[in-house]
Design a protein around this ligand. Structure first.
Ligand SMILES: [Zn+2]
Length: 212
């Protein structure tokens, strides 16, 4: 039995035991950590995973850093609802973690994504120890969604696929998520790079790793 990775929520309500993101977080975290430690020797690999329960937020996921450099990965509930299987969630988680592991510098910050979401997530986090909660509350409004160059997106797709595969998920199945997501403009899984190009990167990565 693998231990559950605590996943924070923006409204402080603990996730249902059956929520697929709990399972995906539990299985992906060891893989994410091991890739992170191997490649980011002096960096922070203590990922925090959170769900923004605001149903008005579009399907989105992003990775950011708190003021001490702790990587935070946020999924909106809309994105979780759109996912058809755990492979898709694992792929998104791997992709977001990969941005941090690869040391990608964001192109710009989207201020619209600051504030409410993260203050909610971090201020009311449920199921955390006192120390974790304190840490969470120190994470300020400096958090923002991050956007990357096309090259970085493709790199994150490749490493994300590798991590998902290592955790026992099917990255090809996971990357099918691209095909169904509404175009969120310049947010996660937006129109650049083209979905076909991203699928090709994932396919090539899986082929390389499986040696077939
Ligand atoms: Zn990305």
């Amino acid at each position: 039995m693998i231990s559950r990775q605590p996943v924070m929520t923006s409204n402080g309500v603990p996730l249902l035991e059956s929520d697929p993101i709990l399972d995906v977080a539990a299985y992906m975290t060891p893989a994410v950590n091991s890739f992170c430690r191997e490649r980011l020797r002096s960096g922070n690999c203590n990922f925090l995973i959170a769900v923004d329960e605001d149903k008005d937020q579009p399907a989105n996921a992003f990775q950011t850093l708190d003021d001490r450099g702790r990587p935070v990965i946020v999924f909106t509930r809309s994105l979780l609802k759109l996912a058809r299987n755990k492979d898709e969630l694992a792929f998104v988680l791997g992709h977001e973690a990969a941005h941090h592991i690869e040391g990608h510098i964001p192109r710009r910050q989207d201020q619209a994504m600051t504030g409410a979401i993260l203050v909610g997530i971090l201020g009311q986090s449920a199921g955390l120890t006192g120390e974790e909660l304190l840490r969470a509350q120190e994470i300020g409004a400096g958090l923002a969604a991050q956007h990357y160059s096309k090259e970085f997106e493709l790199e994150a797709d490749a490493l994300g696929a590798e991590i998902a595969l290592a955790a026992g998920y099917d990255p090809l199945k996971g990357a099918n998520f691209f095909a169904r997501l509404p175009d969120p403009g310049d947010r996660f899984l937006g129109s650049h790079p083209a979905n076909a190009e991203r699928m090709a990167v994932v396919r090539a990565t899986v082929k390389r790793l499986k040696g077939s």
